[in-house]
Design a protein around this ligand. Structure first.
Ligand SMILES: Cc1cc2nc3c(=O)[nH]c(=O)nc-3n(C[C@H](O)[C@H](O)[C@H](O)COP(=O)(O)OP(=O)(O)OC[C@H]3O[C@@H](n4cnc5c(N)ncnc54)[C@H](O)[C@@H]3O)c2cc1C
Length: 367
């Protein structure tokens, strides 16, 4: 049996859900499939930036994010007990001069509700296993508990994450580097003297560590040092760990974002270190650009409008990663002369602020 649709979105993470939302608001027929039978409950991306809030405001989703989450306006850079510098975000001229802190599970829940309010359906337990492009469209084979189905889609948006089946079936390389050193993540209950509404970046002897409160006394501790919990400031009491993960960072960009009628977005098109909380946010921006160009009949422009922007952000993150990587030259200099942070931060403030808020580039979509 063959079913037909305008756009088939593969993957109901933040990128796929946002693409569905934007397309439904433009009046298009959309199918959204995900191989997982349940949404992910992991907190993963906890920083929603101003660009994302700008893009989602027309749908009302931004207001729901802000009502659910918490505003983060100050980031301190610390070495041992000392604050070396503080970055404020609240003087940036934008409607949303802050990062909205909430777990990715909450972001996905709110996006799913918005899709459902527009009569969209998230088809769970449905996995893409093959695709073939022809004159009539893209024939996508899916597998679910009710067997195989073939869907004929005029356009496919592959938002199926870093190990993307869509990207692999297209034979598109995922170009870049995977770094050998392990990074660790803890969502952990803390009693700590750290200010509860500010984020903290610690320079450690053997790496770097990011510490921010989720909600209540649950904190995210993330970084590249060997003993992150042991490096928390004096007076911190460590409670139960809710989620613990160890992973290697990959900074990679797909060699092509578009291949005929099939386009890639989100982690399927790019992954990188969590520095700057850009991953999920860039994926939501991909979804906005994809949906707008689809609506305008201009998907041929997706590759050249999107890929250079993503490449630039990933290049910048790769450069910034040298600081937490303690053996690099910039990493060694900052550790030897930490006072340099207090000098450089005020000078670089007007470049770092828009970068952290995702406002470091324009989205050029005019004809
Ligand atoms: C610890 C951690 C912290 C992070 N912090 C941040 C942060 O603060 N800010 C930020 O912006 N980003 C952050 N990120 C990155 C962020 O989580 C990802 O960039 C984001 O999840 C990407 O969304 P996505 O929708 O592109 O892909 P995913 O979230 O990976 O979703 C892909 C979906 O596709 C489905 N799928 C896969 N294959 C198939 C198939 N063959 N058929 C059907 N469905 C399929 C999967 O089940 C999944 O639901 C963090 C990531 C981690 C791990």
């Amino acid at each position: 049996m063959q079913a037909k649709t305008d756009v088939l979105i593969v993957g109901a993470g933040p990128t796929g859900l946002s693409a569905a939302l934007f397309l439904l608001d433009q009046g298009h027929r959309v199918r959204l499939i995900d191989r997982r039978s349940e949404p992910s409950s992991f907190s993963k991306a906890f920083g929603v930036n101003a660009r994302t809030l700008d893009l989602l405001s027309a749908s009302g989703v931004s207001e729901s994010f802000i009502a659910n989450g918490r505003k983060l306006e100050r980031i301190n850079i610390r070495r041992r007990g000392k604050v070396l510098g503080t970055l404020q975000l609240d003087d940036v001229a934008d409607e949303y001069p802050f990062l909205c802190v909430q777990s990715q599970a909450d972001s996905e829940r709110i996006l799913t509700e918005a899709v459902q309010e527009r009569s969209g359906v998230v088809e769970r337990g449905v996995e893409l296993t093959n695709l073939e492009q022809g004159d009539a469209g893209v024939e996508v084979t899916t597998r679910s508990s009710s067997g195989e189905q073939v869907i004929l889609a005029s356009t496919v948006f592959g938002a199926d994450g870093a190990t993307s089946t869509v990207r692999n079936l297209l034979g598109v390389d995922f170009e870049g580097t995977t770094y050998p050193e392990p990074w660790q993540l803890f969502d952990v209950e803390l009693e700590t003297p750290l200010p509860p509404d500010e984020a903290n970046i610690f320079l450690l002897a053997d790496g770097g560590m990011f510490v921010v409160r989720h909600a209540g006394n649950l904190w995210r501790v993330l970084g590249s040092g060997a003993d992150l919990l042991g490096a928390l400031p004096a007076g911190t009491k460590i409670g139960p760990v809710h989620w613990e993960s160890s992973f290697q960072v990959s900074n990679r960009v797909a060699a092509k974002f578009s291949h005929g009628r099939v386009h890639l977005g989100g982690d399927a098109a790019h992954t990188h270190a969590g520095i700057g909380a850009r991953g999920m946010n860039l994926g939501i921006e991909d979804a906005f650009v994809f949906a707008t160009l689809f609506d305008q009949g201009r998907l041929k422009d997706y590759e050249h409008l999107r890929r250079p922007i993503v490449q630039k952000v990933v290049r910048e993150i790769t450069r910034m990663m040298m600081v937490p990587r303690s053996q690099t030259l910039p990493g060694r200099i900052v550790r030897a002369v930490p006072a340099i942070v207090g000098v450089v931060l005020p000078l670089a403030r007007t470049r770092i602020q828009p970068w952290l808020l995702g406002l470091d580039h324009e989205i050029h979509l005019r004809h």
